[in-house]
Design a protein around this ligand. Sequence first.
Ligand code: PRX
Length: 650
Amino acid sequence: MTTKVAAYPFQIQSFEQYKIVYEESIKYPEKFWATVATNFQWKKPWDKVLEWNFKEPKVEWFQGAELNITENCLDRHLEKLGDKPAIIWEPNNPNESIRTFTYTQLFQQVCLFAQVLQNNGVKKGDRVCIYMGMIPELTIAILACARIGAIHSVIFGGFSAQSIADRVNDAQSTFVITCDGAFRGGKDIALKAVIDEALNENQFVKKIIVYSRTKISVSMKNGRDVWWDNEMKIATDQFKKKETNYFPAATMDAEDPLFILYTSGSTGKPKGVVHTCAGYMVWVTYTFVNVFQYQPKQIHFCTADIGWVTGHSYIIYGPLCAGATSLMFEGIPTWPNAGRFWDIIDKHQVNIFYTAPTAIRSLMGFGLEPLKEKNLSSLKILGTVGEPINEEAWHWYDENIGKKKCPIVDTWWQTETGGTMISNMAGITPSKPSWATLPMPGVELLLVDENGKEVSEKDEHGMLKGNLCIKSPWPGMLRTTYGDHERCRKNYFSTYENLYFTGDGALKDENGFFRITGRVDDVLNVSGHRIGTAEVENAINRHLGVVESAVVGYPHEIKGQGIYAFVVYNGNQLNEKETRNDIVLVVNKIIGSFAKPNKIQFVLGLPKTRSGKIMRRILRKIAMGEVENLGDISTLLEPSVVAAIAKGRI
Ligand code: PRX
């Protein structure tokens, strides 16, 4: 069923059209999304487009429909786009060969690996943990899970054994797909060894499938661990015998879970955000095609890691559903030198380049030398994601990478939203440096004050300022947090009645443009990585000498935010340097090195209210260097600790 209805174009063509479409999408969401959804392949059409309430919350899109997202990513393109590159893979080491998978080749690999999964006992609904480097097999593994209806839970390669164990246990994953190791810049990272440590006490994981990437020696547990290549050979023989290269795509209900992705919140325990099949597919494809104004033949390069939501949505599902060519990069921007991204753009004639502000700021630091003799003229569109982009970085990106010819899309969204919620559409709607600008069709935003009342008073610059909420459902929104629906309700739907609360603060200007100012909860954004302060505190507190700790963010020139830890230590003889190193090691071990504190200050006590609550507001100010004007401290249990902390600031 692939009929196109002209009433709402799948790809918006002008600002005027955006305004009309936006208005219609809010007035008639069911009609609007039903029309958009006709651009996909369904096994069975829906009975009802939308049913929802934010109280429980219950959100169901395309009720009663059946589909498989991989038929939309792969099968339906085979006839016309079979020979078109679906994935171009650029290895970490620029001297190693590029690998390209056409849509036909990717389809075949996914079918084979789906067979491998089935041979190893994976069934629809099983949770499969994937912990791999950025290699094509990661994409194949993800799509093969989706093909047989298993729920993938990808864990970022930077997470430690303890973090993996927590996530595997929470999702009750019974299968793991990993690599011997991963290459990242000059480093070889041992992934299988980390998995072994993570699963040391695990009784439930039945099989671990290991792809050999770095060829380091690994231990393989008899009966549990199998090699990817051997299993693929077995599947190939089976296919040959059956004279087929086809693995049937499982029939999925629109609301069957597609994947779980863990993300940090205000509490110490990460949440397993659950996305479902149909709504997520429609949302990521629609936003991909519109935000980037994707044109056939363009090459899209999203630099995110597939371990985070950006990689899920805009390396894999969005581009592939749209029949695009997606470039996947194994390495890091500064290895073997700081011109690596520009080399890749030049070499592959990249048209759309989508990266994080932290990467731009870090590359800015190397000056213009790495750009010399790099031909970036293929670029048409630039994008940013993950954190607010400061104006200086925006202009550097615009002038030196886009040569002032490429629209920059500043895309605001979250793991929970599945895809972009606020962004300009490249060349179609206006842009404004460091403003995400306008909501996508179907996204109804609201700024509220502390009490949930819509803000109406403008500040001295004519702006509205408040906490960013969303009023009604969009197809790509999270449906639950795995295994704990009440947690989902509490986290997102209970702060303000009948609203989804994003956790972000925002400004709105006279044109209705939005600027995201950052998190208003206890969540940090370090180099675009989302980290809960409570998670870091829990890790620091595992150090035997630590009595308690409080973690806050402070502005960091490259990372956006840095982590500042105030630590109360019980040792009599404190060797500060050694203890700092030890604490960093503990955080590396419990979470991963990306969460390590940048500054650790030892203090005698933390500023607490009489009820024992840590006054983070004061610590935040001290971390930012505002030691003079700390506000009212009279309600503190021991106001004197504040002066001592301010004095000892690093
Ligand atoms: O604070 C916002 C920030 O990143 C948070 C979401 O993080 P995560 O779930 O890891 O997803 C990141 C990739 C989508 C948001 O709550 N954020 C994301 N994009 C922007 C942003 N802040 C400002 N501008 C953005 N474009």
